[in-house]
Design a protein around this ligand. Structure first.
Ligand code: ZN
Length: 165
């Protein structure tokens, strides 16, 4: 790696840190892990490696900062995907599996059922239960069993015994 590439990486990482700080990703100083992640993503995405050259001209400099903004975006996307993989998986009795975001919190009163896309990410929202003003499906799109009914059966040990017997 030449000196020029190193310094461009530092500039781009610094812009990304600025963007992320503005969005509240860290309070005062970024930790080493975050900086290391940005350096890794910089290396992985050529669009982040475009040369940043500031001229002092405001409009030009706003555009020149884009590689750093892309880098911040890749970081946020990676964190979002890591979070989506932690969302619990639930299996309907028909065998179809969904990712379920539990509700009952401000801004998300309803439990939300998502298809699972490859590598464990949230896919299409296929149904919701609980909450108010629900207009979406309340049943498994594959077998039409109501999510709430299946959940209730899973939660009740006596019903479960009955079903398994
Ligand atoms: Zn089903």
């Amino acid at each position: 790696m030449t000196a020029t590439q190193t310094s461009n990486e530092e500039i781009v990482v610094a812009i990304a840190l600025d963007v992320l700080a503005g969005k509240g990703w860290f309070a005062e100083e970024p930790d080493d892990e975050l900086v290391a992640a940005l350096r890794r993503l910089y290396g992985a995405h050529p669009v982040c490696q475009l040369k940043v050259q500031f001229t002092g001209e405001v409009l030009h400099d706003m555009l020149a900062a884009r590689p750093g903004q892309y880098l911040a975006g890749f970081y946020e996307q990676e964190r979002q995907e890591a979070w989506e993989r932690t969302v619990p998986t639930w299996a309907c009795d028909c065998g179809s599996t969904f990712k379920v975001l539990p509700g009952g919190i401000p801004g998300r009163p309803d439990d939300r059922f998502y298809r699972i896309v490859e590598d464990g990410l949230l896919g299409q929202l296929v149904g919701t239960i609980r909450g108010t003003g629900i207009t979406r499906n309340k049943a498994c799109p594959d077998c039409r069993s109501e999510f709430a009914t299946t959940l209730k059966r899973h939660a009740d040990p006596q019903l479960r015994l009955f079903v398994e017997a």
